[in-house]
Design a protein around this ligand. Structure first.
Ligand code: FAD
Length: 411
């Protein structure tokens, strides 16, 4: 039974992607107060950068935006974006958290998204946040900003203050949920994938952003190198994943998002040939196999079972060679592609504090180790295990229930 004190317990959620947002809303709905901290300037995590989402093929924006709005409007949730954890200490079952919050140079509550600052900035330092980011504002890249003040003068609402500085905020919470998601790992230590050697060899997140309907190319399928339409695109699965040299696990979401991306290429440009090079096609989840079959039959996406051994830029500087063994025909082959998309290099984000003083325990693969009776007890989403949106949302809810009941149980 919950006591009055328990009702006023406050929880910290680190990471405002779909897992963290879900955990925050679930806790707030049960009457708990929540502090939600994210290093990024916007909520939504990686999903804010996606175009369409499998298995529905709906735009990522609507469901995400709705939940972010609920979070921002909820009286029990306090959001700290552009904030990093500095330190965590524990006393009498309560955690004292120090965060460093950088107030955005552009005040999101005043910005009317008129784009005047964007047009005025000669250094190119003003940039829109991700297309689906909430709030839909701009940010100033301070590493290239010259402090000339032109944007301040042109802003009609006085939203820009180049002198905004960081503030330290101290919070006291009863427990912490880690929902820090994932990042792409740099593939350059595995030179056979050719990353960095040709502009048309890109990672899956880069490709998603490059081809997004709401993105800079408005859904056009074009090459980075010359702006032309590609004739063919290779999607390479397990790049860096299921590989003892880099990530010894399956990243779990890549087969599905390769199928999704290939499908969207075919929908927009039916003549572009799409080949997916796979180890084994993992389409585990409700409606996922159907999703795959529908595309393979209807869209003409080619599936080639084989892990390419070498990908390299051709000497003419134009095409990209993919060499592989086709394990269905047991032949060694080499094919020329205009674009190559690398899938698989997804690693849980580091959830440590900046000073590294205290953070969650991580297992040997970098995921939060919830089996330990320490700070890492509660986690959800990709930081717990490779998980797509549906799974991350379930994980977020599960973490909320666990953290809430654990508190009640302790007292
Ligand atoms: C190319 C691609 C396409 C995809 N397409 C789909 C799809 O169509 N359908 C689908 O179901 N799934 C898809 N996914 C998977 C989907 O992106 C993940 O399931 C989802 O992002 C996981 O959500 P999350 O909240 O766990 O983590 P994330 O989305 O990674 O969010 C984590 C949040 O934590 C913040 N953070 C990180 N470290 C810290 C820290 N130390 N302190 C504070 N905050 C921190 C980050 O800024 C971020 O906001 C795709 C993945 C990729 C790579």
């Amino acid at each position: 039974m919950m006591s009055r004190n328990d009702e006023h317990n406050e929880f910290l959620i680190v990471g405002g992607g779909v897992a963290g947002i879900t955990a925050a809303l679930d806790l707030a709905e049960t009457g708990r107060d929540v502090q939600l901290v994210d290093t990024a300037a916007f909520l939504g995590g990686q999903v804010a950068k996606l175009d369409k989402i499998y298995p529905t093929d709906h735009c990522a924006f609507c469901p995400l935006w709705t939940d972010i709005k609920k979070v921002r409007d909820h009286p029990r949730i306090t959001v700290h974006t552009s904030s990093t954890l500095q330190n965590i200490s524990e006393k009498d079952g309560q955690y004292t958290i120090v965060i460093n919050k950088v107030h955005p140079v552009i005040d999101e509550s005043l910005c009317i998204y008129c784009r005047r600052c964007l047009q005025e900035c000669s250094a190119g330092a003003v940039r829109p946040l991700w297309e689906h980011a909430s709030p839909p504002s701009f940010f100033i890249d301070t590493s290239i900003c010259t402090n000339c003040g032109d944007c301040v003068d042109i802003c009609p609402t006085g939203a820009i203050d180049l002198n905004r500085t960081a503030v330290e905020i101290v919070l006291t919470v009863s427990d912490i949920i880690w929902a820090t998601g994932f990042n792409e790992v740099d593939l350059t230590p595995l030179p056979e994938f050719g990353i960095g050697t040709h502009p048309d060899i890109m990672t899956s997140l880069e490709f998603e952003e490059w081809t997004a309907e709401a993105g800079r190319n408005e859904g056009s399928i074009i090459r980075k190198s010359n702006g032309n339409k590609p004739q063919n695109i290779a999607f390479i699965q397990c790049a860096g994943a299921r590989d003892q040299r880099m990530l010894p696990y399956c990243s779990a979401v890549c087969c599905m998002h390769a199928l999704k991306q290939a499908q969207w290429v075919k929908r927009r440009e039916p003549n572009v040939v799409c080949c997916i090079f796979y180890t084994d096609l993992r389409t585990v989840g409700r409606d996922y196999y159907e999703y795959a079959i529908r595309q393979l039959e209807g869209m003409g996406v080619h599936l080639i079972r084989g892990r390419p051994g070498l990908i390299y830029a051709l000497p003419d500087g134009d095409g990209i060679a993919v060499t592989y063994e086709n394990t269905m025909t047991q032949t060694r082959e080499i094919a020329r592609f205009d674009m190559v998309v690398l899938n698989g290099n997804l690693r849980p984000s580091q959830a440590q504090t900046v000073e590294g003083a205290r953070g969650p325990s991580l297992d040997s693969e970098g995921f939060v180790d919830t089996t330990r009776d320490d700070l890492s007890r509660f986690a959800g989403g990709f930081t717990l295990e490779p998980a797509d949106i549906a799974e991350s949302v379930i994980q977020g809810s599960s973490a909320a229930i666990r953290v809430a009941t654990k508190t009640a149980y302790k007292r």
